[in-house]
Design a protein around this ligand. Sequence first.
Ligand SMILES: CSCCC(=O)C(=O)COP(=O)(O)O
Ligand SMILES: [Mg+2]
Length: 246
Amino acid sequence: MPVNENVILLDIEGTITSISFVKDTLFPYVTRVLEEYIEKYWDDESFQQDLELLREQAVIDSNVEGFVPISTGDNAKKSVINNVLWQMTNDRKTTALKQLQGHIWKDGYESGLLKGHLYEDVLPVLNKLTDLGKKIYTYSSGSTKAQEYLFQYSMYGDVSGIFLKYFDTKMGPKGSETSYTNIASEINVDCSDILFLTDVVVEAEAAVRAGCNSILLVRPGNAPLDPEKSSKFRTIKTLHELLEAK
Ligand SMILES: CSCCC(=O)C(=O)COP(=O)(O)O
Ligand SMILES: [Mg+2]
């Protein structure tokens, strides 16, 4: 069997989806519609929950350099917009930002403006792995809703059925070992039965510290890997290599 582990846990951006789709399509979409979205949904319960998370995050962030506070009263909407834009400029992976982004992308996917990008090897290989009895999950900084929309409205149609469950930063940050033990206990397997695929060495290292195995993806447009730090890991260019004998 080319892959020993029974669980394949996939990072999204830089692993099965291009970084360019996230940075040049998804993020600019949020920047473009943010003001209109906040005006339209301000009083909705779903947005008020997102706002509560953003306010909680703002308390945590108050000492971060360049922090943009969220105010109450007349300036509240403007301050939320500025806080979100500040977080996005710094590519922060806070659960609060990611939850809001996921909700904003929903409209874009439903209107057909956004189509989730997947590298062409992803579906054939994941289908093959599923046929071999492997269980497929994702773990991304993007919220579980953002992940679900990306697969539901992908460039290949609705492919969400391939994935048994999506995990996000509610499991913990991707550079933290405990996030991987949390995921293992959520799906009731031992870490050693999980193969985590990612483009980021720090994430691979955290997964390995937790007892998982990890392989690095080298996709076009990814940041170059540090040769020394990445040398401990197998690197592959497409998922097809998972099906080849090692
Ligand atoms: C699920 S698509 C949105 C991706 C995103 O917002 C992000 O920050 C990428 O994180 P990843 O952990 O998939 O590299
Ligand atoms: Mg990634």
